[in-house]
Design a protein around this ligand. Structure first.
Ligand code: ZN
Length: 278
C-alpha cells in the first residue's frame, strides 16, 4: 500500500482561544506548531493565518509570509495555503487567491458552494475558474476539497476541459454541517467517483475525526488531522497540540504496518514540485 501522507491543519479561520486555549493563532505559534507536527511525522501542513485585530482568518499575504518563510528555512514540509478566506463570509476572489503568490506546493480548492451551518460557503463557477487558472499558471497544485459528491462532478468536468491536471488530489471533508456524512458508505461512495490515478485524503470534522482517519488508513487514502478540524483528542478532552493528533496517527500506522511518507516521498506521490531542488 502506498505510504501514508499525514497533513496537519493547524488553525482554520474561526476557532478562538475561548474554544480552546491550545489553538495556535499568531505566525510564531503557527510556525512552532508546524515544526512540532513535522517532527512527529507530518509531511504537509494546511495553513490559515489570522488577523491580529479580529482573530479571524485573513488572506493577507504578508502574514502568510511570516509563516511560510520560517517553515521553508526550518523544515521540508509541503505547504498547503488556504484560499477559503473565511467560509461563510465569502471574501472577494482576488483576496482569496493572494497567498498563491508565495508559491506553495498546494493550495485548497473548495470545489463548490455549500451550506455551512447557518451560512453559505460560496464557491461559484467564476471563483473556481479563476482559482484553477491562477494555480495552473503559478505551478501550485489544487487540493480539491470535496464537501459533497457533486463537487467531484465539478472537478471531473474541469479536468475534461483541461483546467485541472492529473493526477488530481482530492481531500474529502466529511462531517461539516450539512455536507457529506461521516459514514463508511459515504467515504466509499466518494472514493469510487474519482479517477483511478487520483490521490485522495480524508478529514472527519469533529467527533468522527478518528473513525474517518482509520477508514482512510485501511483504504489506502491519506489522512488530515489537526485543530482546524477537531479540538478534542477524545470525548471531553481537548487536544493540547496539533502534534498530538499527528503522533497518534503515526503510532496507529506503525502498529498497522503502513509506512509514513516523508515530505520528499509525499512530493513524489502528489506530484508537486520540490522547491528544495529548484
Ligand atoms: Zn482550511
Amino acid at each position: 500500500m502506498t505510504k501514508l501522507i499525514v497533513t496537519a491543519a493547524l488553525t482554520g479561520s474561526r476557532i478562538s482561544r475561548d474554544a480552546s486555549p491550545f489553538i495556535p493563532i499568531t505566525p510564531e505559534e503557527l510556525v512552532q506548531s508546524a515544526v512540532e507536527c513535522w517532527n512527529a511525522g507530518a509531511a504537509a501542513v494546511h495553513i490559515h493565518v489570522r488577523d491580529p485585530g479580529t482573530g479571524l482568518g485573513t488572506q493577507d499575504v504578508e502574514i502568510f509570509r511570516r509563516v511560510v518563510e520560517p517553515l521553508r528555512e526550518r523544515t521540508d514540509l509541503i505547504l498547503c495555503l488556504t484560499t477559503s478566506g473565511i467560509p461563510g463570509r465569502n471574501l472577494p476572489t482576488e483576496e482569496r487567491l493572494e497567498p498563491l503568490s508565495l508559491g506553495p506546493e498546494l493550495a485548497s480548492f473548495d470545489a463548490g458552494s455549500i451550506n455551512l451551518g447557518g451560512a453559505v460557503f460560496a464557491n461559484p463557477p467564476e471563483f473556481l475558474e479563476a482559482a484553477a487558472l491562477r494555480m495552473k499558471t503559478l505551478g501550485v497544485k489544487p487540493e480539491l476539497e470535496i464537501f459533497d459528491s457533486g463537487m467531484i462532478v465539478t472537478c471531473l468536468r474541469m479536468r475534461e476541459q483541461g483546467k485541472l491536471e492529473d493526477p488530481l488530489y482530492f481531500q474529502f471533508v466529511l462531517g461539516t454541517p450539512w455536507g457529506a456524512p461521516t459514514t463508511p458508505r459515504s467515504l466509499l461512495y466518494l472514493q469510487e467517483q474519482i479517477p483511478e490515478n487520483a490521490v485522495w485524503s480524508a478529514i472527519g470534522i469533529g467527533k468522527d475525526h478518528l473513525p474517518i482517519a482509520m477508514m482512510a488508513m485501511v483504504m489506502g487514502g491519506h489522512i488530515r488531522v489537526g485543530l482546524e478540524d477537531n479540538l478534542y483528542f477524545s470525548k471531553g478532552v481537548l487536544a493540547r497540540s496539533n502534534a498530538q493528533f499527528v503522533e497518534r496517527i503515526v503510532r496507529i500506522a506503525n502498529a498497522y504496518g503502513r509506512d509514513i511518507a516523508s515530505p520528499r516521498e509525499a512530493r513524489d506521490i502528489l506530484k508537486v514540485r520540490d522547491p528544495l531542488t529548484q
